[in-house]
Design a protein around this ligand. Sequence first.
Ligand SMILES: [Zn+2]
Length: 548
Amino acid sequence: MKKWLILFVFFPFSIKAQTQLKKLKRNERKEKIEIVENLKSHVSYLASDQLEGRRTGTKGEILAANYLVEEYRKIGLLPGNNGKYLQEFEYYEGKSYTKKSYFKINGETLTAEVDYFPLAYSANKTINSNTAIALKEVDNPWFLDLKDILEENKNNPHFDVNEVVMKESEKQFKKGANSLILFNSSSIVDNISFSKFDPSATLSRPVIYMPFKSLKKYFKDDITSYDIKLNITIENSSRTGRNIVGFINNNATHTIILGAHYDHLGFGEDKNALDTANDIHNGADDNASGSAALLEIARLLKTSKLSNHNYLIIHFSGEELGLIGSKYWLEHPTINISKNYMINMDMVGRYDTSHKLTIGGYGTSPTWGSVLPKLSSPLITKIDSSGTGPSDHASFYRKDIPVLFFFTGSHSDYHKASDDFDKINYEGMADVVRLIYNIIDATNSIQKLEFTKTKEPEMGRSTRFTVSLGVIPDYGFTGEGVRIDGVSQGKLAERIGLAAGDILIQLGDYKFTDVMSYMKALSKFKKGDATQLIIKRKEETLHFDISF
Ligand SMILES: [Zn+2]
């Protein structure tokens, strides 16, 4: 075909194509600028001091919820909870005593949790007395050194210190004590603590525990009398959290769920902060970033042609307390839908080429492997096949729903008051928004994704541990101990027959209350060590002799 003819015929097409491409690029750039601006305004508000770190159940959370509802309305999302956007849930915080309780000796006020604490099954009462450690006068506080009880039972595998203390306390009350002050002068670890989720029945009179160091500090000897003023007030406290639910109804058969948690740490009151700052933890990256990205994706979907699915948009609360909001929604769904898959965004604001973008849940559907590699994105990504992990997608994965989890990596401001607005990479966030939108676009023609279970990352296999049991912890469990959601194949836990629902409570001498204290206990053991694992299975307490 003559060269000039080719030019004559094709040149106009290539010009047209180039103009269109330029126009497309121009549109994309314009759209990206708009997305970046919106992301900035969402994050700057959600991470502002005014919202005081958006702790579940606080004014800050309510301000954030109101803001999100307002944005849902602007986007045109339908209320996702029977005409409402909010889904409230109760979060039982367990018992607490620090608000009203006090303990004074000769007029000096002792510090709760440091110099003393009541046992969770202590009675509430006010005691005014003048007594000495060695004195056992009726209707006065008596002192009990746990030394003998601990020494008698140091080789007793079935020894439960709380059980013995409860029995001993009632015995002393019968003899005339109006309260009991425990201490431990021995070097044996007694594992006594104020466990806020302890379900034991309340005793008839107060029981408090004084660390031996404090006892020595306030009582110079056993015979001198001291003026004692004690008030124990233990209360059950709970908080109300708020999930925000919006819906895009395309009258389709299946619904895609998009989620991000918007709660954070407040002033660090829940002891889940990594700094000691009694300061506002603004949570710009964790997770104002994911919350903002979710708003932008909803806005794009609402005006898009991607109508083969409905979209359920959920901003969860209670995530920092153990995935409470996402679990609650799954137990109490606000809308009757056929769930296709779930995409979760948690900390998508600190993308850089070293952190990369992690895409988790890659193994939860074969579709991900065929769709994601085909998508182009300026972001450098790394994949993680597991469907679990410490964020809300894990709640959905456990219900056999395919998930994807977007995360730009941890950093030195994680869970600190320094996780602020000005450290966020908004361009990177806009690229995450674009990538997620493109994934939804690429799966628009697939009715319902197939679900595949993934191999679970093992607990304790991090650098600090040399041994592990091979259990999969339930991060959402708020009771005493570590509830497990399953065991890893071929590991110790599987060999001794542990199963989902079991609650691990003690390893050797180390009693644990939560995942953190379990990890601490685990780090005390090394390969070859033999010890005993104690668990609760339903009402039963089971003992396993194990060796690592
Ligand atoms: Zn988070």
